[in-house]
Design a binder for this molecule. Structure first.
Ligand SMILES: C[S@@+](CC[C@H](N)C(=O)[O-])C[C@H]1O[C@@H](n2cnc3c(N)ncnc32)[C@H](O)[C@@H]1O
Length: 281
């Protein structure tokens, strides 16, 4: 999500919604161009977008950079690694990772079931609470030829009963751009955002950090210790994010990084003492 979205206020407060019967009007001059043309570029790849998914923003590419940097610099090369993209939307993060990791000479991205009973290389799980978003994400995975490398799961944060979670064990990397706009700020967003992008992709609750707080509590309750967690945050949330992360993950290394506009944008939580699953002989 972007600073642009929150800085352009609508003169005179909230405008009348431009949605008709819950559907966008395709004639509306404020309908985002990306929805009109039906696609957007992200990480040098083309993604289908519909009003069921958030339009991927350029700053979210930084999350992909962080994960690729981490995975490609692992020594020794791990035998297997699970990456969870939570709130996948159009699938832009998971698919960019799949495309780039499959090009990497350091790790293979494959799913043959070996005699050891689990898959070598990188496993990517992509989840969303929205079935409609997952449909678009799956279409994008197919367009990019990575549909077999990503497992899509419908889930409200980590509260799924789906056995896929258990099959892969705890993820080594969690990357997510959960909704982070405080509810009270939503009526003041630009019409192109608040009237056309899915509310479920924007609304971060009372202070905008509620979903992240819930997620932190779930990760702690499950006893997961991911090597790396990468979260996109609102540019006003830097200090709050560090304080909350310290409460739930007191032993981790916690850092906030800025985006290209020098706004605080990424929360990084790195486990201390994490060891990659070892390469088998
Ligand atoms: C800000 S959008 C990010 C979409 C995409 N990952 C990106 O970066 O462009 C947030 C996504 O989280 C999903 N979401 C919202 N609440 C969720 C929840 N409780 N559990 C899982 N996903 C959720 C929304 O449906 C939406 O697709």
């Amino acid at each position: 999500m972007t600073a642009r979205r929150v800085s352009r206020r609508v003169a005179g407060g909230a405008k009348r919604s431009r949605m008709h019967d819950g559907k966008p009007s395709w004639q509306d001059p404020e309908l985002p161009q990306q929805y009109k043309q039906g696609w957007v570029e992200f990480y040098k790849l083309k993604f289908k977008v519909t009003p069921d998914v958030l339009i991927p923003r350029p700053e979210t590419e930084l999350l992909v950079d962080e994960v690729l940097d981490f995975v490609n610099n692992l020594h020794p090369k791990p035998y297997s690694l699970t990456i969870l993209d939570l709130g996948t939307g159009s699938g832009n993060i998971a698919i960019s990772l799949a495309k780039n990791l499959s090009r990497s000479d350091k790790l293979c991205l494959s799913h043959p079931i070996t005699r050891f009973g689990y898959a070598p290389g990188v496993t990517i799980l992509a989840t969303d609470i929205s079935r409609k978003a997952l449909k678009v994400a799956k279409q994008n995975a197919k367009l990019h030829g990575v549909e077999k490398q990503i497992t899509f799961i419908q889930s409200n944060l980590l509260g799924t009963k789906n056995t896929q979670w258990r099959k892969n064990g705890p993820p080594d990397v969690i990357v997510t751009n959960l909704p982070y706009i405080p509810s009270a700020r939503i009526p003041y967003l630009d019409s192109s955002v608040k009237d056309f992008e899915p509310k479920i992709a924007l609304n971060g609750g009372r202070d905008g950090f509620e979903l992240y707080r819930k997620l932190f509590a779930q990760i702690k309750k499950l006893g997961w210790h991911p090597a790396l967690m990468v979260f996109e945050i609102d540019y006003t949330h830097g200090e709050l994010a560090i304080n909350e992360a310290q409460k739930y993950f007191p032993k981790a290394r916690i850092e906030v990084k800025t985006d290209l506009s020098h706004k605080q944008r990424i929360l990084l939580i790195k486990a201390t003492g994490w060891e990659a699953p070892e390469e088998l002989p």
